[in-house]
Design a protein around this ligand. Structure first.
Ligand SMILES: [Zn+2]
Ligand SMILES: [Zn+2]
Length: 260
């Protein structure tokens, strides 16, 4: 095993141990006893699921004010936004998200994905609701998982977020989309193949006609998943599609480091 591989292995082990700890605590203490980000005992009120230090650190992951107002990508002052002009943003009217992906937001999203504790979805959905500068939508629609993946995981994290967001906005949750083709997870697909990996993977199975849809996912990485979902919704007659995620990968889209 080379050094890079063993470092990755150690990181994954540490992550797995942290998630197990949070899960165990959630079992022992139904109201929660440890911080969802670092696993340390909470020093804040019992109602809060983060320790004081992580709550402070989480603030540093807020999207900066200079992000593009439509797609939330970095833009150079005075220059047009490259991502807004790319085909990936064409079917999407606007993107709403409270955070950049990384550090504490990454820890929270992992806690949500592995359902380590039921507290991650309400916490993230509250921040998402606060980031919604528009409320003129007809429904909230989660990015679906393929049935096979849903069986493996047991739940769809985007549906958990949609439910919590629906409660906070008063919007109905409608599962308008289905994932019709099982492809390899986007997280394990190289960036340049992500668009083709999800192209045609979604189909509209509900009544989207004339609806202003708020599409919900945990993270936007390349934007390929949201693009494929938005296209399916618009093809089925949706009036418009906006995207709301708990976090966005904040870097110039199309850069080499870029890896849903
Ligand atoms: Zn913490
Ligand atoms: Zn933009």
């Amino acid at each position: 095993m080379n050094a890079q591989k063993s470092e990755l292995y150690m990181m994954r082990m540490a992550e797995a141990i942290r998630l197990c700890r949070i899960r165990l605590d959630a079992l022992l203490f139904p109201r929660g006893a440890c911080c969802l980000c670092c696993g340390d005992p909470r020093r804040a009120s019992e109602a809060d699921c983060l320790c004081d230090a992580c709550r402070e650190k989480l603030k540093t992951w807020r999207l900066p004010a200079q992000a593009c107002g439509r797609c939330l990508s970095p833009v150079e002052r005075g220059k047009p936004c490259a991502f807004c002009n790319s085909p990936l943003m064409k079917p999407i009217e606007a993107v709403f998200s409270p955070y950049r992906f990384g550090g504490e937001t990454r820890q929270l999203i992992l806690a949500l994905k592995f359902n380590a504790c039921g507290e991650a979805a309400p916490l993230l959905a509250q921040a998402m609701a606060d980031a919604l500068t528009r409320r003129e939508f007809d429904c909230v629609t989660p990015v679906p998982l393929h049935a096979r993946r849903l069986r493996q995981r047991g739940f769809n994290q985007a549906l958990l977020l949609s439910g919590e967001l629906g409660k906070r906005t008063g919007l109905p949750v409608e599962e308008l989309l289905a994932r019709v083709r099982y492809k390899r997870p986007q997280s394990r697909t190289p960036m340049k193949r992500r668009a083709s990996n999800v192209s045609g993977a979604f189909s509209c199975v509900g009544d989207a006609k004339g609806k202003r849809v708020l599409l919900v996912d945990d993270v936007r990485t390349s934007g390929s998943t949201a693009h494929a979902c938005a296209k399916a919704l618009l093809n089925a007659g949706a009036e418009s599609v906006c995207l709301c995620t708990a976090a966005v990968v904040y870097r110039k889209q199309g850069s080499s480091r870029a890896s849903a």
